[in-house]
Design a binder for this molecule. Structure first.
Ligand code: SAM
Length: 235
């Protein structure tokens, strides 16, 4: 599909040359004792919000992170797990896997608690995860699924459901859009790849999740994004 190829190309470029602010909006970074996030990793923060929350991370969960980007959130997950292979990262773009691998080496130099082998990187597609059924406690993605059109979004959610253990958790951070967006924007492959025109209303997203089988849904944070008329914005 053409939009998936455009997405691949956009992130291939963004892996070769970090592109600050390429995607979505920046959110304050986690400030945790002893955690230093290398500058290059910060420059490659292509996500929004955060999927890392200590509440999900007790009892040494096996974490899967789909769409690794520069690896910043995987480093933050590893901060809590601190064991070999505790976090598995999957990405479809070779160059992104290489860039994040380099960034983990930088992180290893800057954080005495961190070892690159805390993170296992795998080449693979969110639509066909290279991960066994029923093997993950916490599955996370940040700013990838909003790029997918409905058929692919459903497939990506099904894949997350497949790999999660019973009582496992899916944690996601994505832009949502509660106002209608015209078809020209929706069908612009590049804007979609940049997380600007693929988002859907929250209600629709929640229905997709429950249709796939996910149970209790918790909305942890909602942040306004580029509001043109802040006085009329309501949560
Ligand atoms: C918007 S970036 C988000 C990166 C990262 N989650 C972050 O917060 O910085 C999307 C990421 O998903 C990867 N990606 C794109 N299509 C994918 C697919 N079909 N399956 C897995 N990863 C994909 C890209 O290479 C890129 O790393």
């Amino acid at each position: 599909m053409e939009y998936l190829k455009t997405t691949h190309d956009v992130y291939k470029e963004a892996a070769i040359t970090p592109d600050v602010g390429l995607c979505c909006t920046t959110t304050p970074l986690w400030k945790l004792p002893g955690l230093i996030i290398p500058i290059r990793m910060q420059e490659m923060n292509y996500g929004c919000g955060s999927t890392v929350h200590p509440r999900d991370l007790s009892g040494n969960p096996k974490v899967l992170y789909v769409g690794v980007g520069g690896g910043m959130e995987l480093l933050q997950f590893a901060y809590f797990s601190r064991e070999k292979g505790g976090v598995v990262g999957v990405d479809v773009v070779d160059e992104m896997l290489e860039a994040s691998k380099d960034n983990f080496k930088l992180a290893e130099n800057e954080n005495n608690w961190f070892k690159s082998d805390f993170v296992t990187l795998k080449k693979g597609d969110a639509l066909n995860l290279p991960v066994p059924d029923n093997s993950i406690d916490v599955a996370a993605q940040n700013c990838l699924f909003n790029i997918f059109k409905m058929t692919e979004l459903k497939q990506a959610l099904k894949e997350m459901y497949r790999v999660l253990k019973t009582n496992g958790r899916l944690v996601m951070s994505d832009p949502i859009c509660d106002q209608p967006m015209n078809e020209t924007l929706r069908n612009d492959d590049r804007l979609r790849a940049l997380c600007l025109s693929g988002s859907i209303p929250l209600k629709e997203y929640i229905k997709m999740l429950t249709d796939v089988g996910f149970g209790t849904i918790e909305i942890r944070a909602k942040r306004p994004y580029r509001i043109l008329d802040p006085l009329n914005y309501r949560y």
